[in-house]
Design a protein around this ligand. Structure first.
Ligand code: 5GP
Ligand code: MN
Length: 336
């Protein structure tokens, strides 16, 4: 059984020097924000941390403080493998199953380091030695904030840490809109603003930096979106061809799956994208329809009740067909 006491983890971290911080493949704002916040915090605690992420991440996150020191595993070089092999502790943020780390999985699995998971997804795996997990929390960044506070280090939160934590909370709450956005989340966000996070500037950098092509891609997808009105479901499918036509870059489809949820009568929104190496599915729901369970059961995935993802190695056509054939079984649950 993993140790769930944050003070045990901080004791280990304080005793260690070489710490690797990592997160899931295709990192989002919470993944990068919580990882870089932890990076700055652990430096202040006397560790020598390194952030290694499995794949690259969108440009709208590249302004985060510490960005230039992030190693991208996918880009190769033996340095990342060496750091992982030599680490005393590996801190895994915003995921709870090693399979979410893509090509990095083997190196992480064979590392002799103690492993800590700090995360808010459902059903954590049993691999970690330390586990700080709370599915009720808005974001991993919020849990990192709580961790720093429990360790008595709130006073160490400077502008850099505040900007990273604020970004994680901002993105995972969809701009403070999702049900996990409690009064406490707003208080923490307010404190981070007081510590120097420029909330307006961060919002602009993260959400309002679309290229023309990216916005036109969104328009195109919404135009072509398929509605299953009796099942309260919207489906957007993007083929490899379409990705090329719109010169889609890393992160360009981020947030797209949320748009159909703007229709009050839609309870499930699904985005299926042909990412060449695999078909990626994203799910968003309203109310009681549990997309974590749906993604787990049918598409090797998981996540949260109202936001989850999955993948498949079948063809795009097959995956779409499979989804459409399963969907009617959920008619009742989708009425909500
Ligand atoms: P997104 O659709 O934005 O990629 O992901 C939505 C949520 O589901 C995020 O919390 C993400 O971490 C989780 N998620 C996305 N893809 C997968 C997956 O393949 N497996 C699991 N377990 N979770 C996923
Ligand atoms: Mn998250």
């Amino acid at each position: 059984m993993p140790d769930t006491n944050p003070l045990s983890l901080t004791r280990q971290l304080t005793a260690a020097r070489k710490v690797v911080i990592t997160t899931h493949a295709n990192p989002d704002g919470d993944a990068m924000g919580s990882s870089l916040a932890m990076f700055h915090y652990l430096k202040k605690k006397g560790c020598v941390p390194a952030v290694i992420v499995p794949t690259s991440y969108p440009d709208f996150l590249a302004w985060l403080p510490g960005n230039e020191q992030v190693l991208v595993y996918q880009n190769g070089g033996g340095k990342a493998d060496q750091l992982i092999a030599e680490a005393e502790i590996i801190v895994c943020l915003d995921f709870n199953a090693l399979s979410r780390t893509g090509d990095m999985e083997n190196a992480l699995r064979s590392a002799s380091a103690l492993k800590a998971v700090i995360d808010h997804h459902i059903s954590p795996d049993t691999f970690p030695d330390f586990l700080i997990s709370d599915v009720a929390k808005s974001s991993t960044a919020e849990i990192v904030y709580d961790f720093i506070t429990v360790c008595g280090d709130e006073g160490l939160i400077d502008k850099e840490i505040a900007e990273c934590l604020f970004t994680g909370i901002l993105t995972d709450t969809g701009g403070f809109q999702f049900p996990t956005t409690t009064a406490a989340v707003h208080r923490k966000a307010a404190f981070l603003i007081e510590c120097g996070a420029d909330n307006h500037a961060i919002y602009e950098r993260v959400f309002n930096t679309f290229s023309e092509m990216r916005l036109r891609l969104f328009g195109y997808c919404i135009e072509r979106m398929k509605l299953f009105k009796d099942l309260k479901t919207a489906l957007i499918v993007l083929s490899r061809n379409e990705l090329q036509r719109f010169a889609v870059r890393q992160g360009d489809t981020e947030g797209l799956v949320n748009f159909p949820m703007k229709m009050q009568e839609i309870n499930l929104s699904v985005l299926i994208v042909d990412r060449t190496e695999r078909i990626k599915l994203s799910f968003r729901s309203r109310g009681t329809f549990d997309v974590n369970q749906f993604a787990r059961e049918h598409f090797n995935g998981g996540g949260h009740r109202n936001a989850a993802g999955g993948y498949s190695f079948e063809s795009l056509e097959k995956v779409v067909q499979k989804f459409e054939s399963i969907l009617p079984q959920y008619r009742e649950a989708l009425q909500y």
